[in-house]
Design a binder for this molecule. Structure first.
Ligand SMILES: [Mn+2]
Length: 363
């Protein structure tokens, strides 16, 4: 019996929606879902497991119909779905009402329920969220029945407000496989036969790294499974050290030279080092044609302290330079300086921050 495990597809979400490639990211969520359906077809998958958050919100009827059309393309694959915290069932959710294709089962109850496929000798268990937060550890006490069938659990959650999960307890519950959803990064517990497959596409800029799905087989010998990459996008953190001479054009050129321009890579840039105090970073120019999602400026202004000390001999900036440049031991005030005041790095940083506040024009 072959299964494909996915979760957190978040159809209807719009990652990077304020950025020029936002529309293509929104579409990519649907395209990647369609790609998973193709894999079910090509690899003759018996069971497609969707462990919650198929949709980004409680779906509209038309969204369910849209998804159902894909499921009806793979009539030989049985599809089992639970609703997660994002697409939780509220009132007249189409999850409950819409006529699904005959190969689709939504375990829509908020009580544990199951569906049995005799031809696969496999029973799939699970329940759906009917509210967006569940603080009770509802999975900790579950046990797989012992009746000669294979038992799979669909479970969604694992943080404090979305069904806290004690993975050790779940691993000992006797399921042949536990298909977990909610955490967007893949986490594989090979020996325990359970896994967070992760979202098939990264959902926002905090979802660093590759995304994919799990393909597995349950045989009389046991369960074997593997994570496979599939996303069309990947957020990549990048750090670039600048110096006093660096201009916006220099940085853009350096990035264009070193970063892969393939649009699948979405960069999160951090600038470090010392910049000329007058330099202003212009994000659009630094980006160029690269997909840079955001720029974090951790640079510090390189002040010419000697010149400033003489120019500001009679004001606060000068006093700050004199005080913080002095060696605390010879100044004899180390004990009064407070925690860290005799740490040269902290004094340096304090001086930079102080001078920035006093000397850099606002904005
Ligand atoms: Mn979730």
């Amino acid at each position: 019996m072959r299964f494909l495990h996915t979760a957190d597809i978040h159809l209807g979400a719009a990652p990077d929606k304020d950025l020029p490639w936002g529309e293509s990211r929104r579409r990519a969520l649907w395209d990647t879902f369609a790609h998973l359906i193709d894999i079910c077809d090509r690899k003759q998958v018996d069971l497609l497991l969707i462990a919650g958050d198929l949709f980004h919100r409680t779906p509209l009827s038309r969204e369910c119909r849209e998804v159902n059309a894909y499921f009806s393309r793979i009539p030989d694959t049985r599809v089992v779905i639970i609703a997660g915290n994002h697409d939780c069932i509220r009132g007249a959710s189409p999850y409950m009402d819409d006529p699904w294709a005959p190969n689709v089962t939504v375990l829509s109850s908020e009580e544990l329920d199951s569906v049995y496929f005799p031809e696969l000798n496999t029973e799939v268990h699970g329940f759906s969220y009917h509210r967006s937060e569940i603080r009770e550890p509802l999975y900790d006490t579950l046990r797989a029945p012992r009746n000669g069938r294979h038992h799979i659990l669909l479970a969604h959650g694992g943080d404090e407000t979305h069904i806290p999960i004690r993975l050790g307890k779940l691993a000992a519950a006797g399921f042949d496989y536990v298909a977990l959803g909610h955490i967007h990064a893949p986490r594989i517990f090979q020996k325990a036969a359970m896994a967070y497959c992760g979202s098939p596409e990264p959902m926002d800029r905090t979802d660093i790294g590759a995304r994919g799905y799990i393909l597995g087989d349950i045989t009389p010998e046991g369960c074997s499974f593997r994570w496979n990459p599939c996303g069309t996008a990947e957020y990549v953190p990048v750090t670039l050290e600048v110096d006093e001479g660096s201009t916006n054009a220099d940085i853009a050129a350096k990035l264009a030279e070193t970063l892969n321009p393939d649009p699948r890579y979405l960069y999160r840039l951090t600038l470090t080092g010392y910049r000329d105090p007058d330099t202003v970073w212009e994000e659009a120019r630094i980006r160029g044609d690269l997909r840079i999602v955001d720029i974090t400026d951790e640079t510090r202004p390189a002040f010419d302290r000697e010149r400033l000390a003489s120019e500001h001999a009679h004001d606060l900036a000068g006093l700050l330079i004199r005080t913080l440049s002095e060696d605390p031991d010879t100044a004899g005030n180390a004990s009064e300086g407070g925690p860290g005041a005799d740490d040269p790095d902290i004094r340096e940083m304090a001086l930079d921050f102080g001078l920035s506040a006093l000397l850099t024009p606002e904005g």
